[in-house]
Design a protein around this ligand. Structure first.
Ligand SMILES: [Zn+2]
Length: 82
């Protein structure tokens, strides 16, 4: 069965979160040959963002990545001792 647009968007979203881990992780060459590094040698953040941009828009994809980065920063602040 052909993946739906929604399932492709969800896949791109999960790749974005995966590439912005909340702790230590290992990164390896992106399998798309873009010369960047992806978490666990999966697709990299840039490839995930451009996939999401194709499915939605460049603006939405960029805003989403910024929002996930911000969420991770906030998570880090939560873990800091008050
Ligand atoms: Zn890549």
């Amino acid at each position: 069965m052909k993946p739906t647009r929604e399932s492709q968007i969800r896949e791109a979203i999960s790749l974005i979160w995966r590439n912005l881990p909340d702790g230590c992780s290992t990164f390896g060459p992106c399998p798309n040959g873009c010369k960047k590094l992806g978490r666990g040698t999966g697709p990299c953040l840039e490839c995930a963002e451009s996939e999401l941009a194709k499915l939605t828009s460049r603006d939405i994809a960029k805003r989403y990545v910024m929002a996930v980065k911000e969420a991770r920063r906030i998570e880090g602040e939560m873990m800091d001792e008050p």
